[in-house]
Design a protein around this ligand. Structure first.
Ligand code: ZN
Length: 270
């Protein structure tokens, strides 16, 4: 397992864990020209430690995607083995409910972090837990919906839904950033005089989407909305000189942006 990376944001320690990697078919980027057959994704998740709180931001794939993506679920595999202490986690913030972000919340059929409140957009929670969802979506999404609803059922007692922007205390804010999913959010962390944005899947491939934010992704629920959200976030990051992090960049996926024409150039900033 890749060693975790830590950085300070004022009094808050942000630790980036690698949950592994995924090779995504190039065809999942329908409006990009890609020479290779696949695009390699990292799989970062975060632990924000401040005061008496230990806050996870997303939780990786857990055991649920190993059949298709053998390198996933590494944080889950290491739980209790010198990594994150599951009993010590006080809060979990979820950017969105795809399985590579919430699968790790379940271990052996029960909640992996039983003491934690799980903060999530009410829109996101409502969308995926709708009992009629499968009948409204393409048939090939049925297995994924069944998996997410099974996971959601295990976690329901711990969930704290939030409408719109939410102040979660200790410099942590949940901000709506829809498009990739209906209730996708980013996390804004402010500590001392620094603000850092955790983008989740508002960007999925830095190689493709920093130079051209118009590149869409097959799993975006609303591609046009995802593009608009991505452009607004990347512009803010560049114009305010913020550090930011992305789930699927290579670990640890922390950097800054400068503008370059209609796109952006990424520079690591650890
Ligand atoms: Zn993802």
């Amino acid at each position: 397992m890749t060693a975790p990376h830590s950085t300070q944001i004022g009094p808050l320690t942000l630790t980036t864990w690698s949950d592994g990697a995924l090779d995504i078919p190039a065809a999942y980027f329908p409006n990009a020209y890609i020479k290779a057959e696949s695009v390699r994704f990292g799989a970062n998740l975060w632990q924000a430690t401040t005061g008496d709180r230990v806050v996870l931001i997303d939780a990786g794939s857990g055991m649920f995607l190993k059949e298709r993506f053998a390198e996933t679920g590494q944080v889950h595999d290491g739980l209790g083995a010198g990594g994150i202490d599951p009993q010590a986690v006080t809060d979990i913030i979820i950017t969105h409910m795809h399985a590579d972000h919430i699968g790790g919340l379940v271990k052996d059929g029960v909640s992996a972090y039983p003491q934690a409140g799980i903060h999530i957009s009410a829109d996101e929670w409502g969308f995926w837990t709708d009992p009629d969802l499968a009948s409204k979506m393409p048939e090939d999404m049925a297995p994924m919906i069944a998996l997410l609803q099974m996971i959601a059922g295990i976690l329901a007692d711990q969930v704290i839904p939030h409408d719109g922007e939410a102040d979660l205390g200790d410099g942590l804010r949940l901000l709506p950033a829809p498009g990739h999913t209906p209730g996708h959010c980013v996390v804004e962390i402010t500590g001392g005089d620094e603000t850092v944005l955790i983008l989740g899947d508002a960007v999925v491939s830095g190689d493709l989407q920093f130079p051209n934010p118009d590149v869409t992704y097959q799993l975006d629920a609303n591609p046009a909305q995802a593009v608009a959200t991505r452009k607004a976030l990347l512009a803010r990051i560049a114009d305010e000189g913020l550090r930011f992090a992305v789930t699927h960049l290579p670990h640890p996926g922390l950097g800054r942006l400068t503008r370059d024409g209609d796109g952006f150039v990424f520079t690591p900033a650890l």
